[in-house]
Design a protein around this ligand. Structure first.
Ligand code: F6R
Length: 233
C-alpha cells in the first residue's frame, strides 16, 4: 500500500488526478468510479482539465435500489452532475437501481465487468470501513450483489436526503471480489471521521469486519488522505 498524507483535500484531489492521468497515459481505458463526497474534488479536476474522456469507459461502484436515474439522490444523477454532463465517456455503466430484478441487474453487471476489466478504481471509504456498499461482514470474494444497508450507513447518507426515512434501504454494489480485480486502486479519505477506518485499513488485521482491510492484499493500492483522516496512522 502506498499511503500519501496530503496537506488537505484539494492537494489530495490534485494528486489523485495526476495518478489517474499517469494511468491513462500508460494505457488505462476503463475507470471504476465512486460517488459520495470523497471523489468530488477529483471530478472537479477532471472537468477543469483538458483530459478527453470520450475514448474511456467508466463503471460505477453502486446505486441505490428503488430510485430512478432522474431522482436527484440517485448515483446516476450525481455522476451526470459532477462529471458526465461535462466530460462524456465513450460508455458509462451504473447499476440500474430502478430495476428490482436483482438477479438480472447483478448478472448483467458482472458481464459488463468481465467484458471491461477495470484499469483504475477510485474508492471512498465508509466510517465503518465499507467500500462500495460492501458493509462489514461481506465475504471478500463476492461479485456484484444486492445489499441491505446498515443503520450506520443509512445514518451517514441521510445528510444527502431530506430525512433518514427517505434513504433507500438497499443498493446494488460491485463486490469486494470485483473491486480487487482492478489493476490500480486509488482510495480517497478526508476528515477525522474517517481516521479509525483508515487506521484499521492500513495497520489493522485483514478481516471482513473492516471490508477495506482486504486492500492490504492488493499489489497496487494508493491511499490518499488529508491530515485529519491520517491522525491515527
Ligand atoms: C460511493 C461508495 C461509498 C462511499 C463511502 C464514502 O459510490 O461506494 O462506499 O465511497 O460511503 O462516502 P463519502 O465519500 O461521502 O464519505
Amino acid at each position: 500500500m502506498n499511503i500519501l498524507v496530503m496537506k488537505n483535500k484539494e492537494e489530495a484531489s490534485k494528486k489523485a488526478f495526476d495518478l489517474l492521468l499517469a494511468d491513462i497515459n500508460n494505457g488505462a481505458k476503463v475507470l471504476g468510479l465512486a460517488t459520495g463526497s470523497s471523489p468530488v474534488g477529483l471530478y472537479d479536476q477532471i472537468v477543469s482539465s483538458s483530459l478527453d474522456c470520450s475514448q474511456l469507459i467508466s463503471i460505477n461502484l453502486d446505486e441505490y435500489v428503488g430510485i430512478k436515474p432522474t431522482n436527484p439522490q440517485s448515483y446516476h444523477f450525481f455522476m451526470q452532475q459532477h462529471l458526465f454532463s461535462q466530460k462524456p465517456f465513450a460508455k458509462s455503466f451504473i447499476p440500474d437501481g430502478s430495476n428490482l430484478d436483482a438477479d438480472y441487474v447483478t448478472t448483467r453487471y458482472n458481464q459488463i465487468l468481465t467484458a471491461h476489466p477495470i484499469d483504475t478504481q477510485i474508492l471512498g471509504i465508509g466510517n465503518n470501513g465499507h467500500i462500495g456498499f460492501n458493509e462489514p461482514g461481506t465475504p471478500f470474494d463476492i461479485q456484484t450483489h444486492k445489499v441491505r444497508l446498515t443503520s450506520a450507513t443509512i445514518k451517514a447518507n441521510s445528510r444527502f436526503f431530506t430525512s433518514s426515512n427517505d434513504v433507500p434501504h438497499a443498493a446494488y454494489t460491485m463486490g469486494i471480489g470485483s473491486i480487487m480485480k482492478a489493476k490500480h486502486i486509488i482510495l480517497l479519505a478526508f476528515g477525522e471521521q474517517k481516521a479509525d477506518a483508515i487506521a484499521a485499513t492500513v495497520n489493522g488485521k485483514i478481516t471482513t469486519a473492516v471490508p477495506a482491510s482486504v486492500l492490504q492484499r492488493h499489489p497496487n493500492v494508493t491511499i490518499l488522505v488529508d491530515q485529519q483522516a491520517a491522525q491515527k496512522l
